[in-house]
Every structure is written in structure tokens, then in C-alpha cells.
Ligand binder design. Structure first.
Ligand code: NDP
Ligand code: HSE
Length: 440
């Protein structure tokens, strides 16, 4: 059979990894796909740049539109990233009847509904395994492996860069900015690393996971997003003392009122498997009603782990090139006309437990005032810890862990506590989840 002809847009970290993996495992991949998968054209902005991989036999061009419109290309692989020109390139590829593979979570989370509709109309596939959790086949797992389940919730460490930073801060007391630079050097970080540290990249991925888990449209604009840029080494250390570990989690859960869609630093009991996922590794916990809790672990970023997912998509696409489009796995797991518009819960309505850190004057009655505010708002305390004074002899850090309460009640409590005369500075708040299978 004739080789499948691939046009690659982007020769950066993932583009290079894809060429390397396709070349190294050429024969095995052909045995699996039923025909050779051959990159025949590739584009990059700077064709003179030295690349650390072999592009022999590949026609290199500066204009990616020349690839998506080329009559000899069967599948376009978009590895440029960002919204434009990636969006227009993919829509053009679809219009020219080409199947598409992409690792671009930003694009899928924000423009996926438009892209999938165009692909559906044209009868082509848009595959995006590499867009979530790097090398972990989590899209395939939820979309196909868990298809018999009603998914109740999922929670994941889905940004390698921020997990790498948190791990280095906890284990080595490393400086935030230094670790970020190292993550950039290793090729983990996004072109704009604020996407990593402010939780935006994780929210893109969570948006995609929620859509395929619950059969809802992609709704990135409704996600609650908070990153790790304000996390302090002090909170990481206090949380450790109390038996918790800090992770940037993406959480989505079906509740009676709607779907939770939230990314924020989260304390997790350190005995949980997911609390021990370190460095740039990712893990996604998925709770299905039939299967129970499941966890998927692997490299969340980097050239070859991500290429592993890109190539898996390529094999899938090549295998189904001749399949009736109506018999393919739907892009968002549920049939396109069977998606439901469950509301996404505003963060104020979400219930979690909390870790609070406040600085109080070390004098009688202060703690009583604080606990009275919490009690007035129906917030029950799980643990309380007064630390030794640090800089100023008269000011002591107090750590409070609470039971579950709606965010709006905690917002009100924090506002009142901050107004108490004996409280100095803002109250630091970190959400805490036990991740019990029954979410209690
Ligand atoms: P890189 O920045 O390493 O590579 C981007 C490539 O696209 C480069 O070859 C660049 O050309 C080219 N390019 C950039 N802008 C344009 C443009 N405007 N027009 C044409 N070509 C352009 O990115 P990555 O390989 O890291 O990421 C690619 C995609 O994969 C992104 O969507 C990213 O989010 C996603 N991803 C990345 C992971 C990772 O670990 N790095 C993991 C999972 C997903 P030139 O080389 O000449 O500059
Ligand atoms: N910047 C992303 C991360 C790449 O650090 O997880 C993988 O999607």
C-alpha cells in the first residue's frame, strides 16, 4: 500500500520529537498502521535554524499554507501552537479534505467547537491526544476505554512545568524563577510560560477533558483559573507538616447543580498516589460509576513523550482513512448531536475544604474572634495550628484547616477576618481536596 503522506507544521520540540520517533520506529509503526507513515513536507519560520534531528528526505518550506493546500498531503500535523495562524491552517486543511493531528490544547479548548463542526461536515478527523497530559493516552482512555461508565469526576496534574516547579520548591527549596528557567530549557514550558504558571494551560486541558467526560461543549471561558505564581515555600512547608502536599490540580465534577471546572493550587493528603507525582510527570484520576477510581500516569511534556501521542493519533487516523466517517469515534466522545448544555458552576457555588494562613497578634482572644467568624458562617474547623513567631515577636502565623464549605461563605469569612484589628495582612487561602472516591 502507498505510504500515508504527512505534512508537518512546526519543527520545534514536538515537531522534532515526532520526526525522530517516526523514523526510529518506522517499521513497527508501519506494521501497526498497515502502511508506512512518511513525513514528506515540513514547515518552520526559520529554515536556516540548526535542528537536532534528521530532516533528510523532507521538503522544508517557510509557508505552512503551502502544506495544508498541497494535493499530495493526506494528513496535516499542526505543531506550531497558539491560536493564529494555527486555527486558520487547520480550517484550511479541513477545507482541503485533509485529516488533522494537533497537540494544540489552547486551540482546541478555545476554537474546538468550530473546528470539530467543520471537520464533521467535511468527514475528516481531527485528533488531539497530545493536547492533554503529553504522553498519557488519556483522551483515548476516556473516549473509548471508559465509554461504558458515567464519569463522576476527574482530577489531574496536567501541567508538567508547574508540577516541576512545585516539586523543586518542596524538595530543594529552589527559587521559583530559577526552576521556571530550567523548565524552559528542557522544552516543557509554553512559548509564553505565564500559560503554565497561571494555570491557563491546565485549564485548556481540563476544558477538553470535561467535554469528553461529560458530553458537554468546550467552554474554556467558564473555567475558574488560578495558577501557582503566588504559592510560597512557607505554605508548602506548613502543609507538609499537616500531612498534605501542594499540587496544581484541574478538577471537573458533575454535581446536581452543574459541572465544576476549576484549576487551582490544591492540598492533597500526602498518602494519595497522585500527591506523589513529581517533576514534569502528569497524572489524571478518573472516577467512573462502574470502574471506580482509576489513575493514569506518565510524562506530561517533552519532545518524545508528546511525540508518542502525536504518532498514536497518526496511526489511528491512517488506520481509519478508508472507514465510513459515521463509524469513527466522535471527536468529543459523544455523538455531535447528543452533547448537552449542563451549566458550569460559578466558583462561588463550589464546595471545598480550605487551608487558611493568617498572621495574628499573639494576645488572648484573637483566636476566639477568628473562630467566631468561621462559626457564624457555618464553617467547621478540622485542625488549627499556631506557629512560632517569625520576624516580629508579637505576630504569629496561624494555620486553619476547615471542612467543606461553599466558596462564597469562605470569601465572606476571609473578608471579615481580614477586618479584625488583631489580624495583620491578607489571609492566604489554599483549597484542599481529599480525593476520596465518593468525593466526601
Ligand atoms: P516550539 O516553540 O518548540 O515549536 C514551534 C514550531 O512552530 C517551531 O518550529 C516554529 O518555527 C514554528 N512556528 C512558530 N510560530 C509560527 C508561525 N507563526 N508560523 C509558522 N510556524 C511557526 O513548540 P513546541 O514544539 O513545544 O509545541 C508545539 C505544540 O505542542 C504547542 O501547541 C504546544 O502547546 C504543544 N505541546 C507541547 C508540549 C511540549 O512538551 N513542548 C507537550 C504537549 C503539547 P521555528 O522553529 O523556525 O521557530
Ligand atoms: N507546557 C506544557 C506543560 C506542555 O508544561 O505541561 C505539555 O502540554
Amino acid at each position: 500500500m502507498k505510504p500515508a503522506r504527512i505534512g508537518l507544521l512546526g519543527l520545534g520540540t514536538v515537531g522534532g520529537g515526532t520526526i525522530t520517533v517516526l523514523s526510529r520506529n518506522r517499521e513497527e509503526i508501519a506494521r501497526r498502521a498497515g502502511r508506512e507513515i512518511r513525513v514528506v513536507m515540513a514547515s518552520a519560520r526559520d529554515l536556516k535554524k540548526k535542528r537536532g534531528f534528521d530532516t533528510t528526505g523532507i521538503e522544508l518550506v517557510a509557508d505552512p499554507f503551502a502544506i495544508v493546500r498541497h494535493p499530495d498531503i493526506d494528513v496535516v500535523v499542526e505543531l506550531i501552537g497558539g491560536q493564529e495562524p494555527a486555527r486558520q491552517l487547520i480550517l484550511d486543511a479541513i477545507a482541503h479534505g485533509k485529516h488533522v493531528v494537533t497537540a494544540n490544547k489552547h486551540l482546541i479548548a478555545v476554537h474546538g467547537n468550530e473546528i470539530f463542526e467543520a471537520a464533521q461536515k467535511k468527514g475528516v478527523m481531527v485528533a488531539f491526544e497530545a493536547a492533554v497530559a503529553g504522553g498519557i493516552p488519556i483522551i483515548k482512555t476516556i473516549r473509548e476505554g471508559l465509554t461504558g461508565n458515567r464519569i463522576e469526576w476527574l482530577a489531574g496534574i496536567i501541567n508538567g512545568t508547574s508540577n516541576f516547579i512545585l516539586t523543586e520548591m518542596r524538595e530543594k527549596g529552589a527559587d521559583f524563577a530559577d526552576v521556571l528557567k530550567e523548565a524552559q530549557r528542557l522544552g516543557y514550558a509554553e512559548a509564553d510560560p505565564t500559560f503554565d504558571i497561571e494555570g491557563i494551560d491546565a485549564a485548556h486541558k481540563l476544558t477538553i477533558l470535561a467535554a469528553i467526560a461529560f458530553g458537554i461543549p468546550l467552554q474554556f471561558d467558564k473555567a475558574y483559573v488560578e495558577g501557582i505564581s503566588k504559592v510560597t515555600g512557607q505554605d508548602i512547608a506548613y502543609a507538609e507538616e499537616l500531612g498534605y502536599r501542594l499540587k496544581l490540580l484541574g478538577i471537573s465534577r458533575q454535581t446536581n447543580g452543574g459541572v465544576e471546572l476549576r484549576v487551582h493550587p490544591t492540598l492533597i493528603p500526602h498518602r494519595r498516589l497522585i500527591a506523589n507525582v513529581d517533576g514534569a510527570m502528569n497524572a489524571v484520576l478518573v472516577k467512573g460509576d462502574a470502574v471506580g477510581p482509576t489513575m493514569f500516569y506518565g510524562a506530561g511534556a517533552g519532545a518524545e513523550p508528546t511525540a508518542s501521542a502525536v504518532v498514536a493519533d497518526l496511526v489511528d487516523v491512517v488506520r481509519t482513512l478508508t472507514t465510513d466517517p459515521n463509524n469513527r469515534v466522535p471527536h468529543l466522545a459523544f455523538q455531535a448531536d447528543r452533547l448537552v448544555n449542563l451549566p458550569v458552576l460559578p466558583m462561588e457555588e463550589v464546595e471545598t475544604s480550605y487551608y487558611l494562613r493568617l498572621h495574628a497578634q499573639d494576645k488572648p482572644g484573637v483566636l476566639a474572634d477568628v473562630t467566631r467568624v468561621l462559626a457564624d458562617l457555618g464553617i467547621s474547623i478540622e485542625a488549627i495550628l499556631q506557629k512560632e513567631p517569625s520576624l516580629d515577636e508579637r505576630i504569629v502565623p496561624i494555620i486553619i484547616l476547615t471542612h467543606r464549605v461553599k466558596e462564597k461563605h469562605m470569601n465572606a469569612a476571609i473578608a471579615r477576618i481580614e477586618k479584625l484589628a488583631a489580624i495583620h495582612g491578607p489571609v492566604a487561602r489554599i483549597r484542599l481536596e481529599h480525593l476520596n472516591p465518593d468525593w466526601n
